[in-house]
Every structure is written in C-alpha cells, then in structure tokens.
Design a protein around this ligand. Structure first.
Ligand code: URP
Ligand code: ZN
Ligand code: ZN
Length: 462
C-alpha cells in the first residue's frame, strides 16, 4: 500500500519545509506543499500536523551479537531492532567483532545469521579486523566484495580484540587500496593495562576506578597513534566514541595536516558524567563503558563540536549487559565489569530533549549528526539519511509535545536497567516507517519482524 504523510514539517540536515510526502512502495516519489489523491488510490494517510518529519535515524555504532569479557551482550536482533525503531532509528550499523582465533568469513556469516528473519529495521556491519595476516587479508577482500565497505579496529582490549602496530599498518594499507573507511576504538592498551594493575594492587577495585585507569591522555594517545598511521598510509579513518577534549584536539590537529579523519561521539558522553560511575553499592557498574564517562567539563566541548560539525556523528555504542549476573561479574574487580551502556532506544529522544530543547543544537544538526553524516560516510546516502525523491521511505513522524519518562520497566531493550531511569523526555516518535511500511505507532512496535534488510555498500574511491 502507498503511504501519504500530510501536514508535517520536514527537517533535513540543511532545511525545513512544510510539505506532504508520498511514498509509492518503498520509495519517496513525491514531495509537494499539498498532495491530494483520488479516492480510488489505496493509500495509508498519516496526519503529521504539529509534528516534525525526520529522515529515519541511523545508528552507526551498535553491538547486538557481542561475545565480550566472558559473557554476551543481552539483545537479539528482535529486541534491539524493535527498541531502535521505537526510538526513531531505522538503520543499524553493527560492529562484527570476531575473536582473534575466529576466521573473518565465518564470523561475518555468523553475524549476518543473527539478523536474518529477525531484524525489524535495515542493517549493515563494520567488519572487525581483530587479526591481520595473509589468510585473513584474503577474507577481508571477499567481505568487502560482498558489500561491506568499512572496517572496525581496536587499539584497546589487550589480548582480546586489540591489534598490534604491524597489523594496524597493513589494515590501513588494505583499506586505502580497497576504498574502505576504518572505524577505530582509540585507547593505548598498554597504558590501560599497567594502570589497571597498579590500581588493583593498591586495593582500588570499585567501578569508580575505571575512569582513572583510562584517563583522557590514554584516549588522546590512541587517537594520535591512529592519526600517525593514517597519515603514513593515506587511509580514511573514523574515530568511534570520542569522549573528551584531548581526543578531539588530537584528531583535529591531524585534520589540520590533511589526514582524512572523522569523529563520532556517543550519547552517554553528552548527558552522563563520571560521577554516575562513582555511585556507591556497586551502582556505578551500570555506567562502566570504554572510554569511560568523563568529568562534566567535557560535555560542553562535545556539544560545541557537534554544533560546529567538527564531530560528524552521534551514535550510541549500544552494548547491553544486565546489572544482575553480568555487571556483577566485576563486583570485586572493576576490570571484570562488562563494558557498555545500553541506549539504542533513547538516543534520539535524549538528543532532542537535552540537545535541541536546551538550545545546544538545532534540529538540522540533530538530523545531520544522527542520520545524514552516517549515511554519507558509510556509503548509504542518498538512499538513507535524507528526505528526497528516490530515497527509501524511512520516515520518523516526531511529536514534540509528547511528555514521558525513561524507565527499564517500559523499554524494549532486553536489559534489566536503564542508565537514564526516571529521566524526563520531551518528544517521541509517533510513527516510524521502514521502506514505506509503518513499524511503530505511539512508541509501540506494530510492524513485522524480519522486514529489515542487509544493506550492501560500495567502497568509496577516495
Ligand atoms: O564500553 C564499550 N564501549 N563497550 C562496547 C565495546 C566497545 O568498545 O565499543
Ligand atoms: Zn569501543
Ligand atoms: Zn562499540
């Protein structure tokens, strides 16, 4: 059936206009001040009067299937994609993170199999390069040929996902050759390890010591390290989950010298700070992620960098671990607390409430940072990331008058806590479509599991 969205205010990364949108099948085919159809046309009409119409939001950094720190992240594609859609996110880019002993092609197939038949929204992957040698190189070439045009590397997590400098160099060389952008977790893993051991030896075992074990300098060194290798190889790089002033400055300095570097931050850093991880009775474990939540002074820097578009994207780094039974694995040793904060459902509402409504960013910047830039950087634009003729009909009819509260009791993410429990939100998606099909109405998933498709992407020849 066709879809007609009437009377809304369309918001893109650059413009706003009052217009109707007509979608024939999966695609936007007309945008006009007023579209009236003959009564013979079989169409679902949605009245968006008083509401904004945003392009479907894209979360370019999520973890769904994640074997990590002796356990697995909680969500499945069913729970994660329903949660994403309820929060206005219509495309997920998941990190495919094999261990160093797994074969990349087998891992890629495993990650794909977790989504097929369950995903309610579209998805693709950043392919994790956790081991680079002659054999894996051939497999990465094959994976890129299958439409995966971005890699993920870790300069952190010593002994797990982390790669050494030889692997880093050759990964970037391959990426440059293939036209692949490399997303990177930047922290100096040796410095982290040594500081963790010193803190534990001194009896400092609680979640409040997670941040001191990996301070801003450790992150900035990781960014600087990556920038040096990017400058040497000419690869295009994307720093994930940038948390602090020092890391931004390291990337900015490299950009000044011509390095093709982009930055992502994630929503927890914008609204939470390290005091949350310092709460007593192990409550702080809910707020352990890496890089860690920082001193509150970094939030101003991050918001300013989004507003000036120095930071390109705001993702989530959604990585859900239950408090009971999973975070608790680190009760006597903060280095054993599974790292991650769930937020795929909350990102857009938090950005709208604490960003747009507080005057920190405007609506165009919201769309740019939470949708358009991810589409452009990762080869999805203009199919995704905007509202224009020929784009997929992924649309979010957003109600700015909605008032509600975030709570684990009502969330769709399969995790036993919310990092934002009791927080008010001012605004919520009232209708969300995926390629022309309504999947969410009034915060509730009403659509079809399995509608989501694997999005294949072309390499970019830089
Ligand atoms: O704490 C985090 N960020 N957990 C997920 C894994 C990662 O580093 O992205
Ligand atoms: Zn990371
Ligand atoms: Zn991550």
């Amino acid at each position: 059936m066709a879809l007609l969205i009437k009377n809304g205010r369309i918001v893109t990364s650059t413009d706003e206009l009052e217009a109707d949108i007509y979608c024939d099948g999966e695609t936007i085919t007309r945008i006009a001040p007023r579209i009236d159809l003959p009564s013979t046309v079989d169409v679902e009409t949605i009245d968006a009067a008083g509401k904004f119409v945003f392009p479907g939001f894209i979360d370019p950094h999520v973890h769904i299937h994640l074997p990590f720190m002796g356990t697995y992240a909680k969500d499945t594609y069913e729970s994660a994609s329903k949660a994403a859609l309820a929060g206005g996110t219509t495309t997920l880019i998941e990190m495919c993170c094999p261990s160093r002993t797994e074969e990349p092609l087998e891992a890629f197939e495993l990650w794909c199999s977790k989504a097929v038949g369950l995903a309610a929204c579209d998805y693709t992957f950043h392919m994790g390069v956790t081991r680079f040698d002659a054999s894996t190189e051939q497999q990465f070439r094959a994976i890129v040929n299958q439409g995966i045009s971005s890699f993920k590397i870790f300069l952190a997590y010593k002994g797990a996902f982390g790669i050494d400098d030889t692997e880093l160099y050759h990964t970037l060389m391959l990426a440059k050759e293939l036209g692949v952008i490399v997303t990177a977790h930047c922290e100096n893993e040796t410095a982290v390890f040594e500081r963790q051991q010193a803190l534990l030896t001194a009896g400092q075992t609680g979640p409040e010591y997670h941040e001191p074990s990996r301070p801003p300098l450790v992150e900035a060194e990781g960014v600087h390290h990556l920038m040096t290798f990017a400058q040497l190889t000419g690869a295009h790089i994307y720093v994930v989950h940038t948390s602090c002033d020092e890391a931004i400055q390291a990337a900015q300095a490299a950009r000044y010298h011509g390095v093709s570097a982009w930055m992502e931050t994630v929503v927890p850093y914008l609204v939470l700070d390290k005091r949350y991880a310092e709460q007593p009775e192990f409550e702080g474990a809910k707020y352990v992620m890496s890089p860690p939540l920082r001193d509150v002074r970094h939030q101003v820097v991050l918001w300013d960098a989004i507003r000036s578009r120095l930071i390109s994207t705001v993702a989530t780094d959604h990585a859900p671990f239950d408090f009971r039974g999973q975070k608790e694995m680190g009760r006597n040793d903060f280095t054993k607390i599974p790292n991650g904060i769930p937020s795929v459902e909350d990102r857009v509402n938090l950005l709208y409430t604490y960003g747009v409504n507080k005057g920190r960013i405007d609506r165009n910047t919201l769309v740019d940072s939470a949708s358009t830039q991810a589409a452009k950087l990762f080869g999805l634009y203009p199919r995704k990331g905007t509202i224009q003729l020929g784009s997929d009909a992924d649309l979010v009819v957003y109600d700015p008058d909605y008032r509600g509260t975030i709570s684990a009791a009502t969330q769709q993410m399969d995790v036993d806590y919310s990092a934002f429990e009791g927080w008010p939100i001012e605004g919520r998606p009232s209708v969300v479509t995926v390629r022309g099909q309504v999947q969410v109405r009034d915060g509730q998933f009403t659509g079809t599991l399995g509608r989501g498709q694997l999005l294949t992407r072309e390499p970019t020849h830089f």
